[in-house]
Write a protein that binds this ligand. Structure first.
Ligand SMILES: [Zn+2]
Length: 175
């Protein structure tokens, strides 16, 4: 138990008491800089929304639903994909850096987005995007639509194909 608490402390979770049903959002910047055992410990809460602790005669399951958002560079210096070729990282160093992230952990992250560097002058000319209020309104509308169709949980919480088909009323496989 102490090890689990220590691992989540390293993630910056703190020791705040959770309210029932509350969901953590973790933003892990520089993902490969975290210890590998810490990163691997995220697999169970990401997959099952729970942490299981087994001791001599007891097994305890704690709710641990979380939303993980992470960022990382393509290499230790951050310039691997730079068009000006500024990266000086040896291939072995890049491989070691990327190997901190296991396939099973990456499989549990639903969305991966490559974001190339944008020159400063281009950023200044970029059109303004949506405001947070506009995005919030769109999210609330989607949640209301979900509840209207009888779905209590978000799509991210749908676990099995059967669950998805029952909740979303998708047709089964063709025979
Ligand atoms: Zn580099």
């Amino acid at each position: 138990m102490l090890r689990i608490v220590a691992i989540y402390e390293q993630l910056g979770g703190g020791a705040r008491r959770r309210k029932r049903g509350e969901q953590y959002s973790w933003f892990l910047d520089e993902l490969p800089e975290f210890r590998r055992d810490v990163l691997e410990s995220l697999r169970q809460p990401l997959e099952e929304g729970a942490v299981t602790i087994a001791r001599a005669k007891r097994t305890l399951v704690f709710p641990a639903r979380c939303r993980l958002v992470a960022a990382m560079n393509p290499c230790p210096c951050g310039y691997l994909t730079d068009p000006k070729g500024r990266c000086r990282c040896p291939p072995a160093k890049v491989a070691a850096y990327l190997s901190k992230l296991s396939g099973p952990l990456l499989d549990r992250i639903d969305l991966h987005v490559d974001v190339p560097a944008v020159p400063f002058d281009v950023i200044g000319r970029a059109p303004e995007g949506e405001s947070s209020a506009q995005i919030r309104a769109r999210v609330l509308k989607a949640q209301a639509w979900r509840r209207k169709r009888g779905q209590q949980h978000s799509n991210a919480q749908l676990r099995s194909k059967e669950h998805c088909q029952r909740i979303l009323r998708l047709p089964g496989p063709r025979r």
